[in-house]
Design a protein. Structure first.
Length: 163
C-alpha cells in the first residue's frame, strides 16, 4: 500500500494489507543480468536466443563490455596504490580482463552469430498462439508457453511483519 501512497493514491484497506513495505522499482544489477538466464530458458527460435546473447556480447553496451570496463577500473585503482603486491594483483586482473574475458566474449559472440544464421524453431518450444480455442476456458491451461519466471528475490533478511 505504501507504494501506491508514495505516488499519490489514497488507499483504504484492511489493516492486514496495510504495510510500509515497498517493492523496488529497479532490480539490482546482478539480478538484471541474471534475468538473461531466464530469458534464455524461454525462446522458441534460435533468433530469439541470439537476441538475448546480444545483450551479453554487444561491443558498446553489452554486459561483457561493461564487465571489461569494471576490470580495467580495478586494474587502474590497484596500480595507483603503488605497492608491489597491488601491482602484481593488477597484472592478474589485466590478464583476466584482457585474455580470459576476451575468449569468453569471442566464443559467445560466435555462438550468437551461429544461432542467428540457423533460423530454426526450438524443438521443445512452440510460440504462444495467444488464442483460446472455443472449447477451452483459459489459454493458460493448454498454452505451449513456459510459465513466466518470477524475478529473483533480493538477498537479505525477510522484511519484518507489521502487526
Amino acid at each position: 500500500m505504501s507504494a501506491l501512497r508514495s505516488v499519490g493514491y489514497w488507499v483504504a484497506c484492511d489493516d492486514t494489507f496495510d504495510t510500509d513495505q515497498r517493492t523496488s522499482h529497479y532490480l539490482p544489477l546482478g539480478a538484471q543480468v541474471a534475468t538473461l538466464a531466464d530469458q534464455l530458458r524461454r525462446p522458441s527460435t534460435t533468433q530469439d536466443a541470439a537476441a538475448v546473447l546480444t545483450e551479453l556480447t554487444a561491443s558498446h553496451d553489452g554486459v561483457l563490455a561493461g564487465l571489461a570496463q569494471v576490470m580495467d577500473s580495478v586494474d587502474e585503482f590497484l596500480e595507483t596504490l603503488d605497492q608491489d603486491f597491488d601491482r602484481h594483483v593488477a597484472a592478474t586482473v589485466r590478464g583476466l580482463s584482457g585474455h580470459h574475458l576476451a575468449v569468453i566474449a569471442a566464443q559467445l559472440h560466435q555462438l550468437r552469430n551461429e544461432l542467428t544464421d540457423r533460423h530454426e524453431d526450438h524443438p521443445a518450444r512452440r510460440p504462444c498462439p495467444g488464442e483460446v480455442a472455443d472449447h477451452e476456458r483459459e489459454a493458460s491451461v493448454h498454452c505451449p508457453c513456459p510459465v513466466p519466471a518470477l524475478p529473483p528475490r533480493p538477498a537479505g533478511p525477510p522484511p519484518a511483519r507489521r502487526r
